[in-house]
Design a binder for this molecule. Sequence first.
Ligand code: GLC
Ligand code: GLC
Length: 822
Amino acid sequence: MQYDNPVNYGYFDDKMREYVITRPDTPYPWINYLGCDDFYGLFSNTSGGYCFYRDARMLRLTRYRYNNAPADAGGRYFYICDSSGESKDIWSPSWMPMKSKLDRYECRHGLGYSRISSARNGLFFSQLSFVPLKDNCEIHKITLCNESGTEKNIDMFSFVEFCLWNANDDMTNFQRNYSIGEVEIEGSAIYHKTEYRERRNHYAVWAVNVPVAGFDTDRETFLGLYNGFDHPQTVFTGTANNSIASGWAPIGSHHIKVPLKPGESKTFVFVLGYCENSSDQKWESLYVINKKPAHALLEKYHSEEAADTALAELKEYWDKLLSRFSMQTDDKTLGRMVNVWNQYQCMVTFNMSRSASYFESGIGRGMGFRDSNQDLLGFVHLVPERARTRILDIAATQLPDGSAYHQYQPLTKRGNNDIGSGFNDDPLWLICGVAAYIKETGDYSILDEQVPFDNDETLSDSLFIHLKRSFDFTLNNLGPHGLPLIGRADWNDCLNLNCFSKTPGESFQTTANYESGIAESVLIAGIFTFVGPDYAEICRRTNRKEEAERADKAITDMIKTINTHGWDGNWFLRAYDAMGKKIGSHECEDGQIFIESNGFAVMAGIGINDGRAVTALNAVKEKLDTPYGIVLQQPAYKEYHLELGEISSYPPGYKENAGIFCHNNPWITIAETRIGRGERAFETYKKICPAYREEDSRLRRVEPYAYAQMVAGKDAPRFGEAKNSWLTGTAAWAFVSISQYILGIRPVYDGLLIDPCIPPGMKSFSITRYFRGAVYKITIDNTAGVEKGIGSITMDGKPLDNVILPPKDQGSIHEVLVVMGL
Ligand code: GLC
Ligand code: GLC
């Protein structure tokens, strides 16, 4: 075993593409995601977490207690009662919930699976957990092995606690919930069927592939009323009670007797599945549910071999996906992020949006319009077909005037009325997402798809028209300086310039107590000038010449406006408030300079010719940079500002109030590549990159293999501590910044643009890129030690006269040599 980066909590196993956690008491639960399609599980390094089918709020199979003490209570637990010694030895092989002392412990988080192994007093335990590709279930393959010299008599108890499906009701409506829980038992299968007698046509099953000695389904009977998960009465007595839950809290526990000779091992396959019946097939007889779909599922995973095959399929699936973009480099840390963990997280954010993590409760947010469009940017190269479907789903929640529901519900795909619309940056992200899809695939046919507005089929029009309305929405909503009106907020959800809330608890995002009609956003102007050219280009390429010209002119005008009214002398302003006062100006007391508008303006190319871009990025470096990333603004707001909203509600240094809001750091990275500063670009990339921060795990606290939304900024007492890992737009933008702008392999309309911008010390690397059906093996030679610039490119031995690799035949493979130079 190689500890090439020895830290206290674990290490990357690059060959296996696993992160190996070597002690269970990580500074925060370090989780993994199981599942890639409809069925998902969150799985921590101590087997905590929960699973759900498609929607973390509406169809949750198992219960999880957020914000609990101790942290991470609830999961798929196995308890061991070893009666071979003088007294019974009772322990939790995943450490939690009993916090048992273990002689060995390891948790390997891999791509869509996790494996916990541990040992105590000569008994080895291993738990392999994953969601197979084609079925709606979690598989937990458990192996026990007697490593001692004497015979062992083990009683093993499984444990899951069922959620009564709707996770929100489950945590709130106890006067009802305590009376509705229902289960059924058949052999070794425990069925959870709460609400099935009424409107649900689904149930859960928790089963094991061997006969059981007994079972429990009533929590109180299993644990004892005043006991926690760390002291289950039943395990201590050693015998299951065959309890049948009726109301209260239904659980599933199997009791299995496992006699083990020295050296002997036994394996069990547990399945936790979701099953549906059509409404006329719900019952076998009165009160007896139709178990056909469950029987089929359990039959399929009855053997250890079947579980192994399903795991092998999962691994093959990931091998294939990750082969679409892979890099060879001497920098191991860079390699593991680019090749594995960043792309993996892009898949997770695409699947989850911002719904379920250890910081997002799974009941709050649906799919965000802007978030999901941005998530596409890091995902589209992996499964373009799914990106296409997602785009059409998102676009269907756009409103006829071009604005958009800020969020939609994944099950119904309808816009969420509670939060509504009015976030004026939202529409532009649709152009950004569609442009990324077309550049990746060359598939312009998506523009002709008929897509409803406001989910109303009678209001359907082509996706192209959706883009046009997005573009025009900005132009139709300009303020006194000609800059876009901000509405409820722009990308920064917490810059609520029309909110003016004095009432505790009032939502900053949906309240507008003073709609001035004049608060403007320089960031939206920047986004408009960044994505607008894609709209114009799409018009040109689909023979809409006049529309392209109109768009070009609007963009030129907006650039002028930014230069006239959005420049503060040394950096770009952030906004104008409801009184027309500047935000993000040296004239302000706090909040003098912001990261977002500076990133986007330079990304759009503004100021590159007149020196403003360099000036602005130098100011960002001087005023906002820290060893852990770039903070959102400075100085932090010390007081609550009625005219600014939520941003000033956070204590200085946290979240949008001068936290390191990682999502926007890659914008600076990209901006730096636009002005050719490869060294600085890579430096900003590394600062927020979890693998480069692995040695700070104690301070950082969250997973070293996943980006976090926020790291506490320099004004915060806990400067450097990260929060909200996994579900963040950082994943997609970080991948865009490294793959397209630093390494410089960028899909454009005509092919793959080669445009690296790297530190001069990065002398060579190569990339294998699958693109529109062909494979390009690209070697970059930077013996010259430049930051940017291409001396020559040859493809299959022939010199290319431009820097774009053209699309090639399906299945063909091409060798590309890029020599950098001035
Ligand atoms: C969160 C939101 C995202 C927003 C960002 C900044 O990440 O999901 O929509 O842009 O915060 O406020
Ligand atoms: C975004 C922001 C967060 C804010 C929330 C409001 O997620 O990051 O700070 O509280 O939006 O919904």
